[in-house]
Design a protein around this ligand. Structure first.
Ligand code: GLU
Length: 420
């Protein structure tokens, strides 16, 4: 198979994970390629008029991994390092994630290679609208439904919804999830990923018999996932001793005061420089002793270089793809570390995105209590299935989660058959 278009460390990593699971499941060679290769990829040039009058062209992508079970679903990332290969890997992970938790979607992902922090609000809006315009032939409530990811937020989703709706001539809230509640967003969507991480951490602590009182957590990435996970875990009695963002990290073994920290972040735009703490680098932060380590930033952070030296009991993957297959091989020799794999651990986001889409299609909206109740029910089911399957087959939690997800897509493709 020629991987040329997608070839990148992250896509190779997603393929490597898939191949290991496919070997274990004895999936025939021909079916593997069909399962693995993204169905469609669109690459677009996004010209943007900058505030100084110049025009800058940004590269944007949308990859739809499989269309077997329904429309495709997945976030849009604005980050300088975005490539089509990274987007394809993230789309593949979305497929296994949606299948694992039982959502009627294939995976997708999109991205624009840009640094949103260096753009003005006007530039960001023009970039978002033009990227959306280029995507119009391939997105829609029955086709492909974007959502937030690294570097995008509710405002960006509102601009996507507006741009799409103007083309259609009527409001189409179901084209995107993670919108402001006023525009058809769901209560609880913004917090869903972080709350889901905290829920699964508490389930893992039950499984291992670790009491929340006295437990400690370290979080890499203090964005929408990491910051909400921190607050939710603190509510359970877990002490948050270190957090970081793209600028660096902060550490206080006595526990960080999250209310004060959140005020600091609102004022300064970063966790760094927070008074009651010492500075640590992102690399040092991953090695701090703690009960729960939450990588909630970018992929490929736990590698063969540091996997033998992380000192946690639970590795809760809030990010997508934070652990490389080489690191997994090292973790396999460290049974004292319990892994909540990304496609399970961060699935709360896409679960509530699904609820948002259902509410939009029906124009019938739920209370926050209903959303949370349904979210925790789906997470519980996925957690128990993954744990039981892992124990029964003597495989890791990641292997278990991936094989449950891949098996569903494989079976669905077999039942639908191959046309013509
Ligand atoms: N970007 C999130 C993820 O990686 C959410 C996707 C969605 O809600 O569609 O799971």
């Amino acid at each position: 198979m020629n991987l040329h278009l997608y070839d990148s460390p992250t896509f190779r990593m997603a393929c490597q994970q898939f191949d290991l699971v496919a070997d274990f499941m004895n999936i025939p060679e021909a079916a593997r390629e069909r399962l693995k290769m993204p169905k469609r990829a669109l690459s677009v040039a996004v010209p943007v008029r900058m505030d100084d009058g110049s025009v800058k062209v940004f590269m944007g992508y949308r990859v739809q991994h499989h269309l077997t079970l329904g429309p495709t679903k997945g976030g849009i990332r604005f980050h300088p390092d975005v490539t089509v290969g990274e987007v394809a890997a993230l789309a593949m992970w979305m497929s296994w994630k949606c299948a694992l938790v039982g959502l009627p979607y294939g995976g997708a992902k999109g991205g624009v290679a840009c640094d949103p922090r260096s753009l003005s609000a006007g530039e960001l809006e023009r970039l978002t609208r033009r990227y959306t315009q280029e995507l119009i032939p391939v997105i829609g409530p029955q086709v492909d439904i974007p959502a937030p990811d690294v570097g995008t937020n509710e405002q960006v989703m509102a601009w996507i919804m507006d741009t799409y709706s103007l083309q259609m001539g009527h409001a189409v809230p179901g084209v995107v999830t993670g919108k402001p509640v006023l525009l058809g967003g769901s209560l609880g969507r913004r917090e869903a990923t972080g709350r889901g991480v905290a829920y699964l951490v508490s389930r893992a602590m039950d499984t291992l018999g670790i009491p929340a009182q006295g437990a400690t957590a370290v979080i890499q990435g203090y964005g929408n996932v990491g910051s909400v996970a921190a607050v939710s875990m603190a509510k359970q009695g877990i002490r948050i001793i270190a957090v970081s963002d793209a600028f660096g990290g902060i550490h206080n073994p006595a526990g960080l005061d999250l209310n004060r920290l959140n005020e600091h972040v609102a004022a300064k735009g970063t966790v760094t420089g927070f008074p009651e703490s010492e500075a640590v680098t992102n690399a040092e932060l991953l090695l701090l002793p703690c009960d729960v380590l939450v990588p909630a930033a970018l992929e490929r952070q736990i590698t063969e270089e540091n996997a033998a030296r992380i000192r946690c009991r639970i590795l809760a993957e809030g990010a997508n793809g934070p652990t490389t297959p080489e690191a997994d091989a090292i973790l396999a020799q460290r049974p004292e570390i319990f892994v909540l794999p990304d496609i399970l651990c961060n699935s709360g986001g896409v679960i509530v995105s699904y609820f948002e889409w259902v509410q939009d299609l029906q124009s019938f909206f739920w209370s926050e209590g209903e959303v949370l109740d349904k979210l925790f029910r789906l997470l519980e089911q996925a957690y128990m299935q993954t744990l039981n399957h892992a124990r029964k087959n003597g495989v890791s939690m990641r292997f278990s989660a991936l094989s449950l997800g891949i098996r569903k897509v494989h079976e669905a493709k077999s039942i639908r058959g191959l046309y013509p």
